[in-house]
Write a protein that binds this ligand. Structure first.
Ligand code: FE2
Length: 306
């Protein structure tokens, strides 16, 4: 696959120092005042000043300089202007307003998570021991940036940009509303959804398992319960466990584990979903502010007065 990873995101916020403190508590490794790394992905987050919160830049890694040539040709063919250098290319998706930067990057090579023995009826697989997850005491460290969810004011244009242009594959969709797109074997690395204003809905960060989601989220909520958005639950599309929390600028951040992988494209049939399963399989009722974040009206007003 020419595309093989998300490299990094730059998120614009009005309150960089305060928001940086949140991502440090979230478990990312702080490199300096505004840059952060994950365990497996290296530097993956940069916070930059912006009058209103938004995704400024999305980085995607490719294998080879030739890949950049073919992506540039495809973007040009769908009418997108491309800026090209010897080792990168950049283009702006009109629907989401995000600058997408493609560059040659090393693949992510994760240390495999330990397989945890779990007891079940008639199956005492753990033997005579306590469960390993209850003994964990280290702070939770996200493994990588898994996906980004963006509101688009022109879903058709965004789909053309990311699918025909950049080369994402479609994994599932919600009819007329959203597309789950992948550039790796993860079920989704990008979700574009119809919205009245371009905005960042959430970034999602992989942890080892559901216990790590619980430990990480409860640690953040002990410090500030108002960070809670939605969780713990399990999505239907992508199958992942989730818990969403909010950074001080209003961007949602998700801890996730056990996302579907599409290791053989021929064996996956994309579905078109509607109804409650398009949102989740089980969990607390979905809060209205998850669908339409509380600051959406403010973001819409701000988009007319940048
Ligand atoms: Fe997500």
């Amino acid at each position: 696959m020419a595309l093989h990873r998300l490299t990094s995101v730059s998120i614009g916020v009005p309150n960089v120092a305060e928001t940086a403190g949140y991502y440090e508590e979230f478990g990312l490794t702080r490199l300096d005042e505004n840059r952060f790394a994950t365990v497996d992905g290296g530097e993956q987050l940069r916070l930059v000043p912006s009058p209103r919160r938004r995704l400024v830049e999305l980085g995607i890694g490719v294998g080879d300089p030739d890949d950049l040539e073919s992506i540039a040709a495809r973007l040009t063919a769908v009418g997108v202007a491309v800026e090209q250098t010897s080792d990168a290319l950049a283009a702006i998706d009109a629907g989401t307003g995000v600058r997408v930067v493609l560059s040659v990057a090393d693949p992510i090579d994760p240390r495999p998570a330990l397989a945890i023995a779990q007891n079940g009826p008639g199956r005492p697989d753990r033997g005579t021991t306590r469960a390993e997850p209850i003994l964990r005491e280290d702070p939770v460290r996200p493994r990588k940036l898994g996906h980004v969810v963006l509101g688009s004011t022109d879903l058709d244009a965004s789909e053309r940009f990311f699918i025909q242009g950049v080369g994402f594959k479609i994994s599932d969709s919600i009819a007329g509303l959203a597309s789950f797109l992948r550039c790796t074997t993860d079920h989704h690395n990008l979700l574009v959804q119809a919205a009245p204003v371009p905005f960042l809905h959430h970034t999602s960060w992989q942890v080892d398992d559901v216990d790590e989601i619980g430990r990480a989220a409860t640690a953040l909520l002990e410090k500030d319960p108002t960070r809670h958005v939605w969780g713990l639950g399990r999505h239907h599309i992508g199958s992942n466990f989730f818990w969403y929390l909010k950074d001080p600028a209003g961007n949602f951040t998700e801890y996730y584990a056990d996302l579907d992988c599409i290791v053989d494209d021929q064996l996956w049939t994309p579905g078109v979903w509607d109804g409650i399963k398009s949102l989740y399989n089980w969990g607390p009722p979905v809060p209205a502010s998850f669908i339409a974040p509380d600051d959406l009206a403010e973001l819409m007003a701000g988009s007319h007065n940048p």
